[in-house]
Design a protein around this ligand. Structure first.
Ligand code: UT7
Length: 324
């Protein structure tokens, strides 16, 4: 039997209107534009308006992807949404978006893999298509991470932003996604986490104790090392070499991490999609936002090979190598 591939037929994204510069943050915490730019590559981030939710951004990104694909919501048979900042505890944000799109009836669920959420969602959707279970799938990565940032803590508050991206996948006889990889190691949970919640309980602290805690330097070291082996594994799984990759579309957490991965792949930075300067770290939103930018700006062309990867809390790490 001829193999079934998942093909990305279109992309979409959405950002909150308000952009906040590094200079704006200098007024809130003891930081500087120079420190933020040189340590992270970030120049600005978008921050959701009061009342604007992950689901709102996900819905907009999904609408734009469906429109670009020429696919009606009623044709979808699966929605997978990566997020660690769902609108409410339940129903899932995927269900909330499904209802707003008018895709009622298809399967819909969220995936929480922190910053690797979209890459996990893409890997899962690919398996549904390859198994013959699904033909048209909407995959979304969406976050309002700034809702759980401690605006008094300079180590973390300068790093994050809000946003969403989406892709429409279709079953095809042509490639397509060649390989996806997914990993996790819960042994590292305390290096990057938000350790309150429904079952553990909330705290008698501002925002009920909901805030991101990160040991940045340690996360950095593990991220660089882990992404090195992830790209090796992904190339091997796809039966490809570094030279076969046209574009690296990495998780946008830190420009220095991105440069290290590019170096490992022997790729010049003009073959790497960088949006961290504009969006900061949008967790599950970051890779699909970067992909949509790459497609709509005309950088990425049909027939090119793309390597997508992410690393985040858990730790989790995941990738996909595909022909666009
Ligand atoms: O998306 C999930 C994965 N997340 C990541 O990949 C994030 C990984 N980590 C990083 O990107 C980097 O570690 C950071 C950007 C978070 C930090 O950069 P760093 O080069 O590792 O800095 P550091 O944490 O070692 O801090 C260096 C100095 C410290 O001061 P001392 O102890 O040297 O006096 C910090 O207190 O920079 C200070 N610092 C700041 N200064 C100005 C920390 N945050 C700030 C700030 N502004 N915002």
């Amino acid at each position: 039997m001829a193999p079934i591939y998942s093909r990305i037929i279109a992309t979409g994204s959405a950002l909150p209107e308000r952009a906040v510069s590094n200079a704006d943050l200098e007024k809130i915490v003891d930081t500087s534009d120079e420190w933020i730019r040189t340590r992270t590559g970030i120049r600005q981030r978008h921050i959701a308006a009061d009342g604007e939710t992950t689901g709102d951004l996900a819905f907009l990104a999904a609408q734009r992807a469906l429109e670009a694909a020429g696919v009606k919501a009623s044709e979808l048979d699966l929605i997978v949404l990566g997020t660690t900042t769902p609108d409410i505890i339940f129903p899932s944000t995927a269900c909330l978006v499904q209802q707003r799109l008018g895709a009622n009836g298809c399967a819909a669920f969220d995936v929480n893999a922190a910053c690797s959420g979209f890459m996990y969602a893409l890997g899962i959707a690919d398996k549904f298509i390859k198994s013959g279970q699904s033909k048209k799938v909407l995959v979304i990565g969406a976050e309002t991470l700034t809702r759980m940032v401690d605006w008094n803590e300079r180590e973390t508050c300068v790093l994050f932003g809000d946003g969403a991206g989406a892709v429409v996948l279709e079953a095809s006889g042509e490639p397509g996604i060649y390989a996806t990889c997914m990993h996790a190691d819960g042994g590292y949970k305390e290096l990057l986490w938000n350790p309150v919640g429904v079952s553990v309980g909330f705290r008698d602290e501002p925002n009920h104790g909901v805030r991101i805690k990160m040991a940045g330097r340690e996360v950095f070291k593990v991220a660089v090392k882990t992404l090195d082996s992830l790209v090796d594994e992904t190339l091997e799984a796809a039966g490809m070499h570094e030279s076969d990759i046209d574009w690296l579309i990495p998780h946008q957490a830190n420009l220095r991490i991105i440069e290290a991965t590019a170096k490992r792949l022997q790729m010049p930075m003009d073959r790497v999609i960088v949006t961290v300067d504009q969006h900061a770290n949008t967790s599950s939103g970051s890779v699909p936002l970067a992909l949509d930018y790459a497609v709509r700006s005309g950088k990425v062309q049909r027939g090119q090979n793309l390597l997508l990867e992410a690393f985040g809390g858990g730790f989790t790490w995941a990738s996909a190598l595909l022909r666009y």
